[in-house]
Design a protein around this ligand. Structure first.
Ligand SMILES: Nc1ncnc2c1ncn2[C@@H]1O[C@H](COP(=O)(O)OP(=O)(O)OP(=O)(O)O)[C@@H](O)[C@H]1O
Ligand SMILES: [Mg+2]
Length: 406
């Protein structure tokens, strides 16, 4: 059994969404093996957090995890850094030096930004993964090491393979176990948990009172795309708390911080004009639908009033959200019920009872995919589900096959 909470605590992973739970479950499945893992994901999405969680839940947890940022080491010295060198093996090598693979013996090595590793070094890394062997620079003795390898990248490694920048054999070897750090926008409902944790930590450390974020502020933050993911969110939370010291954070403060230039501060239906065109269009349609519904309610009440039904009986408390029941006398074509069906229901009366939820869902997905010409990101946004969920449903319904066939 995988103990999700234990893994979450071991690496301070924030998030209770299905996406994060699935990610943690995967960490749990692979942590206790020695198999190499490739962590992919956008910048700031938590790849290093995942690597730490794997190490802390492995049998190597009491040994070291050495993190090597492959992008930060100049290509000329990376081999000597990783594998060490023999005394006198190159100018300046006045002493022998142990590399990271030697130092991490029995522990874990985390090769961050693995896409930046030079091709020759990639071949040597493959040998370590496959045989646990390497040679120091300038040495001919084979060294043995017992190291678990975790790699991470925000590059599309398959593309790098095509371009000839990354070895295909190493790529295949690494991608067998691939954990994806989920972009923040795909588990945006976790955002309040991050805000709370980052807000409390930062204010406590800097002796600032923490009065929280208003719900409107949260709404604005949920609608933002967070290209820099959790790292960006952390910076934004901290900046907001410094810029508005001791105050409760409002939507206006957030909009200013995120540089959202046009912001309509309606608490119920904020429309951010900086959002992408599809999102704005969707929100406008939603707004129009609500107005339409309001109009229909008014017409209906007028008609009911004229037929002797008390207006107070059906007066909605919030006309935009409330729909009074259809009076039983009005079911003939051309009457109020008909008007209501045509104007308010997305599904025609005659198919009720004939169509299942999953058929409906499948059709929604297929038609949305068609509308957005197969663009899954746009489709997921329009349907208001995560891309991951969309992928799963595409597979479940076999839509994938149909797309390919067409
Ligand atoms: N699920 C999470 N729970 C808690 N903190 C998180 C989570 N995801 C990301 N963070 C925090 O966000 C910041 C960025 O995370 P991390 O360094 O792991 O991202 P990354 O994917 O490695 O980014 P990069 O590609 O830029 O290296 C860190 O401060 C990290 O602690
Ligand atoms: Mg990182």
């Amino acid at each position: 059994m995988i103990d999700i909470d234990k893994i979450r605590r071991s690496a301070d992973i924030i998030g209770e969404s299905v996406e994060i739970q699935e990610m943690i479950a995967l960490i749990g499945q692979v942590a206790n093996t020695d198999i190499s893992v490739l962590i992919t994901g956008e910048s700031g999405s938590g790849k290093e957090v995942v690597a730490k969680a794997i190490h802390k839940n492995s049998r190597r947890k009491f040994e070291k995890m050495i993190t090597v940022n492959c992008a930060a080491i100049p290509a000329g010295i990376i081999e000597s850094e990783l594998f060490g060198h023999k005394k006198g093996s190159f100018t300046g090598a006045s002493d022998a030096r142990a590399g990271y693979f030697e130092a991490a013996h029995k522990g874990t090595i985390f090769l961050d930004e693995i896409g930046e590793l030079p091709l020759e070094t990639q071949a040597k890394l493959l040998r370590v993964i496959e045989q646990g062997e390497f040679m120091k620079v300038g040495d001919t003795n084979i060294m043995k090491t017992d190291v678990r390898i975790i790699a991470a990248t925000n590059r599309e490694l398959a593309e790098e393979v095509k371009k000839g920048n990354f070895r295909q054999d190493l790529y295949f070897r690494l991608k067998t176990i691939n954990i994806e750090a989920v972009p923040l926008r795909d588990h945006i409902n976790d955002i309040h948990l991050f805000i709370e944790r980052f807000g409390l930590l930062f204010t406590a450390k800097n002796d600032i009172p923490f009065k929280g974020f208003s719900s409107e502020a949260l709404t604005v933050m949920k609608r933002y795309a967070w290209p820099g993911n959790v790292r960006e969110l952390k910076n934004v939370v901290e900046s907001l708390l410094v810029m508005n010291r001791g105050e409760r954070i409002t939507d206006v403060m957030v909009a200013k911080q995120l540089k959202l230039d046009t912001f309509q501060a309606s608490p119920n239906l904020p429309v951010l004009v900086d959002a992408d065109a599809d999102k704005v269009e969707r929100e406008l349609i939603l707004k129009q639908l609500l107005f339409l519904r309001q109009d229909v309610n008014e017409i209906k009440q007028m008609m009911m009033g004229s037929r002797g039904v008390s207006v107070n009986e059906v007066q909605p408390s919030n006309p935009a959200l409330f729909l009074p029941p259809v009076p039983s006398t009005s079911n003939a074509p051309g009457t109020l019920a008909h008007l209501e069906d045509g104007a308010l229901h997305a599904i025609q009366d005659d198919v009720i009872g004939e169509i299942t939820m999953s058929e409906l869902e499948q059709e929604m997905i297929e038609r949305a995919l068609e509308k957005f010409r197969g663009n899954r990101r746009k489709t997921a946004r329009a349907l208001d589900i995560s891309e991951r969920t969309l992928y799963r449903k595409i597979n479940d319904y076999g839509i994938q096959k149909k797309i390919k066939e067409s």
